[in-house]
Ligand binder design. Sequence first.
Ligand SMILES: [Zn+2]
Ligand SMILES: [Zn+2]
Length: 343
Amino acid sequence: MRHLALARAATAAGVIIAGASAVLWSQTRDQVSRPEVFWFKGNLHTHTLNSDGDSTPDDVVRWYREHGYHFLVLTDHNYLTSVDGLNALHGAEDKFLVVKGEEVTDRLGEKPIHVNGLNPDRFIKPPGGTTVVGMVQGMIDAIRAAGGAPSVNHPNYGWAISPDELAGLQRTRLFEVFNGHPLVNNIGGGGVPGLEETWDRVLSSGRLLYGIAVDDAHYFKRPEDKTLPRPGFGWVYVRAARLEPKTLIDALERGEFYSSTGVELLSLATSATSMTIAVRTERQSKYRIRFIGRQGRVLNETTASPATYTFKGDEGYVRATIIESNGKLAWIQPVPVGSSAPR
Ligand SMILES: [Zn+2]
Ligand SMILES: [Zn+2]
């Protein structure tokens, strides 16, 4: 597997990444001198028999370990699965890690309200609420109080959370721009925007959110049944120095990752003035790299890789979506640009 080392540089805009250089990482620590940071592949949303999944935590972890992932967060509905035994069995330093999590789950009328808590210290009881924003914010704050990182799940599942409601939330950085469950309405419809458009509306309102892609896998025993939420559809690559829960989650909350349904990168370099993306191309596929700014405006679209977009200063933010010719996607996280940048 090919991984990247990227040097960090601090600027007035905060910690950013500069000077990408590709290195080969064998994953066997003894064989190479260890570069400063790596890309770790992980799934942030998974169910087991501890809620409504069809497999034991052991079988679920085994699936991800055997399919090239470096980490997995177990997020059963209102249940915090212990990961100590799972890591004793499947964990390996810098190769594989299970992170604890909980999908804090409630309902407001017909609307399912679900917020993931990543790596909380303890079980979180859904705090209730009488409005969508109130209930989601209560979950976010309860997750923070338990030392976890919140992630707002599948906003279009049950058409539960509108772009304006998402934009009204505080103290969260992560939401699901893609969820692999077949009933979550990722691309919107009937006048409700898809999650990319939702993301641009939230960013344009001044709120900085990062978009994750996840499986939300429940079924591991029936891989042929396309109507079921199964594994292997959405993931993140996190840029981090170590495969350790807090290090990974801090990197996610700084936007040091990209999300994917199949497109992988060779390099990603962002500075205060530009973004450069190089795609790891498949021989039979063709690619478009689309740079996007405020209100979802396409700033540039190119078929070249690597591709660089140089900031002009009035974009508000710059993010990118990479589109593969069979529909696989990757999402590069927004970089705030200029005085009206989201925060
Ligand atoms: Zn859910
Ligand atoms: Zn779920």
